[in-house]
Design a protein around this ligand. Structure first.
Ligand SMILES: *Cc1c(COP(=O)(O)O)cnc(C)c1O
Length: 404
């Protein structure tokens, strides 16, 4: 008799985006004449850069010819891509990560969700609150999160680390010692960052207590300030305690194409066992989720033309984020983020709940954003707007919000 993995039944369900969709539909049915501007988008909107398109076409043609046809990709990914990553993202930044510590994949969402499988079911996890929901969800499915407490809107066996205006969005070291610590910087949804010194505190802590940091740096390309680290391996001692997740989704528009990578340094060991060799056995190895064609497209992101084109895309989204940040600030809102990330995180005015502010913004300004409470209990009273729309729409939305 087959049995369910009933851990899946513990997931409270993704009400956030379905509730948003429902409310927006109701509004457009009641007011068909009103235009809606969406600033809740968590996906890129610009087309792929010309250098990427060129590499895709070329790789497709190679697949059509016997001499250059490719079957299964190598376990860790093609070395042309891993070498380009090791050089551009690490060596050129003075950081020691080698190509054979880089595992190419079909994206950071999959890796951030699968990485927990190489750890024991007994491991206790700690997450920032609010945060990207994938870290908790994957641990719920694995049976590591305990039970859902609907009153607190928390799982009973997860250490939540509040990140709010009060602590400057810098999580405090937890009282109870975790085994796995998920950190995401620049952060989704708050758009905030840690300085190198602040991140070093976490690396020292992880090494001291014997914890692993799973560091999601999907928004690395958006960093503009000098004291914000681009990789956790800028911190001393990170090679023995940190796994880093990266993605081509937000810097290169690969959300539909799918490409990312995970760094597992060979220094992370228990006895003779390297975590590196466990991750090499993960699901999907031998084809690692990323086709040859897409890995060539990823390589093109590191060409001179590719780098310049991606820089322009990131600058476009950041101009939008800056427009939201500055406009809201002028209008008297308390705003965070928007400097090293395409996300602006605002405090709702007049102590409104996140959903009350959502309704006000939709009904009175025709602007759609994302309620902060959807990312965790400490997100209550906050709201997320993103720079992923068009510049014209962003300017129009900010004007509407200013008139509220
Ligand atoms: C968008 C995003 C990712 C990227 O995931 P992909 O699977 O590579 O598209 C990873 N982490 C965070 C926090 C994100 O917001």
């Amino acid at each position: 008799m087959w049995k369910l993995n009933d851990n899946y039944l513990k997931l409270p369900g993704s009400y956030l985006f379905s509730t948003i969709g429902k409310k927006v539909n109701e509004f457009t049915e009641a007011h068909p004449e009103k235009s809606i501007i969406r600033l809740g988008i968590g996906d890129v909107t610009l087309p792929l850069a010309p250098a990427v398109i060129e590499a895709l076409h070329k790789a497709v043609d190679e697949m059509a010819v016997k001499e250059t046809f490719k079957g299964y990709a190598p376990d860790l990914g093609y070395s042309f891509l891993r070498e380009a990553i090791a050089k551009n993202d690490y060596a050129d930044k003075g950081v020691n990560v080698t190509a054979d510590e880089i595992f190419v994949s079909d994206g950071a969402k999959c890796d951030s969700s699968n990485i927990q499988e190489i750890f024991s079911a007994d491991c206790k996890i700690a997450v920032c609150d609010p945060v990207y929901p994938v870290y908790v969800d994957s641990n719920v499915m694995a049976g590591r999160a305990g039970e859902w407490d609907p009153k607190k809107e928390m799982f009973t066996n997860v250490i939540y680390m509040p990140c709010t205006a009060e602590n400057g969005f810098v999580p405090e070291l937890p009282k109870e010692t975790p085994d796995l610590i998920y950190l995401c910087y620049p952060n989704n949804p708050t758009g905030t960052t840690l300085t190198k010194d602040q991140l070093q505190v976490w690396v020292d802590y992880a090494n001291k207590v014997g914890a692993i940091i799973i560091y999601d740096a999907a928004y690395e390309a958006y960093i503009s300030e000098a004291d914000v680290p681009h990789t956790i391996y800028e911190c001393e001692g990170a090679r023995s305690c940190a796994i880093e997740l990266r993605s081509f989704s937000k810097n290169a528009g690969f959300t539909g194409l799918r490409l990312g990578f995970t760094v597992v340094p060979k220094d992370i060991k228990q006895g003779d066992v390297m975590l590196h060799s466990l991750w090499a056995r993960r699901h999907g190895t031998k084809y690692n989720g990323a086709p040859y064609i897409v890995q060539r497209a990823g390589e093109a992101c590191y060409s001179e033309a590719g780098k310049a084109q991606l820089k322009e895309q990131v600058a476009y989204y950041m101009k939008n984020a800056n427009t939201i940040y500055n406009g809201l600030k002028e209008a008297g809102y308390t705003v965070f983020g928007g400097v090293n990330a395409p996300y602006v995180w605002l405090q709702t005015p007049d102590h409104m709940t996140s959903w009350e502010f959502f309704d006000k913004l939709l009904n009175e300004a025709g602007v759609v954003g994302t309620p902060g409470s959807g990312f965790g209990p400490s997100g209550e009273g906050y709201f997320r707007l993103t720079g992923f729309g068009t510049y014209e729409n962003t300017v129009a939305a900010v004007d509407r919000i200013k008139k509220l």
